[in-house]
Design a protein around this ligand. Structure first.
Ligand code: AMP
Ligand code: GLY
Length: 424
């Protein structure tokens, strides 16, 4: 059977790589894919790029080509209603409906949902009036967190350590309209401290299948310094998610969310990603929901998944996730993101990439912002590659990943040297 994966990042490359290993899968189409999924190695695995992004055209392709199932990587097509469009044509697709995707596409929706269903999260208020927003900040003091209501490609959250910064963020969103409609409403919330982890599950509307835990590294520079990014590296499993926290996150966050969405008449199907903040006492609060898998978390997670991903997706679409159990490689998978010059501001494109070795038993390289220019592989986006190393120790997984990173060359490459440090 043939599968369609929507997206072009490292997350989608990892999903396609995993799906292509299923004995039932002949071909995995990636729309639009990247330079890695256009390579000869990918072709040998049955992976093929499809130069298409229009949601209706994609549905038509899936219908005409008798695509067995479609999996959606990023949030934008989900918020654009791709799942509704496919379902209207009776096509099998895994992801949330446009309404359910509001858990990610509207911070105000997510916050009021959590409040209504008693799901632990930071205290907040939503504003569209600039004067009231400034007054609320003066009342609450710093540190404080300002979030654009809508999708802002990772640029919508300002963790303000000072009042000045907080007021600046309000002006940026509500008066200068720097984020357009996404920033026309803002959520202002209490600052939470602790350690973050990514808790990602599959949901079929009712049943939940938990994926391996992971931890992202959001800041550009070592020791969590520098600007926020989409994620500079991730590893799985994340020891900060102890069995106790795992059970609590399921009981206090995930299950009430799945039940609450169903009760509200918007059953959630798809990947549900709760960004957790875990405090010193071991209590987890929800920082955010994403209605998709994380990037780069997916790269180490897929690297560890031993079960057939297709079987899990199939069960999810059929509402039978309760019948699935997943088998994980006990090794630690650790992914290091190599980003382009000047990421995250305005990443440079067109740098020639060389030295990517063939994948092996303990390392895999997933592509993101790459494209083929003739027979040359070049950078074409902010996050360029994610190199995953696997080993029985975190240190070993780190060494395996960085041994590959050190072989890969492109001008201006930026990467952290300390991915996984919290697990050491
Ligand atoms: P979000 O997109 O909502 O996850 O926010 C992006 C990042 O901002 C998170 O991964 C955290 O590092 C940080 N952040 C978000 N909300 C808070 C909060 N209430 N307190 C402290 N940090 C936060
Ligand atoms: N790595 C964070 C995210 O995918 O949102």
């Amino acid at each position: 059977m043939n599968i369609l994966v929507i997206g072009s990042g490292g997350r989608e490359h990892a999903m396609a790589w995993k799906l292509s290993q299923s004995p039932k899968v002949q071909k995995v189409f990636l729309a639009p894919g990247n330079g890695g999924t256009a390579s000869a190695a990918a072709k040998n695995m049955g992976i093929e790029n499809l130069a298409m992004t229009d949601l209706h055209e994609l549905a038509q392709f899936a219908e005409e080509q008798k695509i067995y199932m479609t999996v959606v990587g990023p949030e934008t097509p989900l918020a654009g209603g791709i799942v509704d469009i496919f379902r209207a044509k009776n096509l099998r697709i895994f992801g949330p409906s446009q309404k359910a995707a509001q858990l990610e596409s509207s911070k105000d929706f997510a916050k009021s949902f959590m409040k209504r269903h008693n799901i632990p999260t930071a205290e907040y208020q939503t504003f569209s009036d600039i004067k009231e927003a400034h007054a609320y900040i003066d009342l609450k003091g710093a540190p404080i967190v300002i979030k654009a209501d809508g999708l802002a490609a990772g640029k919508g959250v300002v963790v303000a350590m000072s009042l000045e910064e907080a007021h600046g963020a309000i002006d940026m969103m509500l008066s200068d309209n720097k984020l357009g409609d996404a920033g026309a409403r803002v959520v202002i919330e209490e600052f939470l401290s602790g350690e973050e982890a990514s808790f990602i599950v599959m949901v079929d509307g009712q049943n939940v299948l938990v994926l391996a835990t992971s931890q992202d590294h959001k800041r550009l520079l070592d020791a969590d310094l520098g600007p926020n990014t989409g994620g500079m590296g991730a590893y799985s499993p994340a020891p900060v998610v102890t069995p106790e926290i795992h059970a609590r996150a399921l009981r206090e966050i995930i299950m009430p969310t799945v039940k609450g969405m169903a009760a509200d008449g918007i059953p959630f199907t798809g990947f549900l990603y709760a960004g957790l903040m875990i405090d010193d006492s071991g209590k987890a609060k929800t920082l955010e929901f994403n209605c998709r898998m994380g990037d780069p978390e997916t790269q180490p997670i897929m690297s560890r998944l031993r079960s057939d991903f297709l079987v899990a997706l199939d069960a999810a679409i059929d509402g039978k996730l309760n019948e699935v159990e997943l088998d994980w490689d006990p090794r630690i998978a650790l992914g290091v993101v190599m980003a382009a010059h000047n990421y995250p501001e305005t990443p440079r494109k067109g740098d020639v990439i060389s030295g990517i070795p063939a994948d092996g038993f303990d390392h895999v390289t997933f592509h993101a912002g790459t494209s083929m220019d003739g027979d040359q592989l070049k950078t074409s986006g902010g996050r360029v590659l994610c190199v995953v190393g696997l080993d029985h120790t975190t240190r070993g997984a780190q060494q395996k990943a960085y041994a590959i990173v050190d072989q890969i060359k492109f001008d201006g490459a930026q990467y952290r040297r300390d991915i996984g440090y919290r697990a050491l």
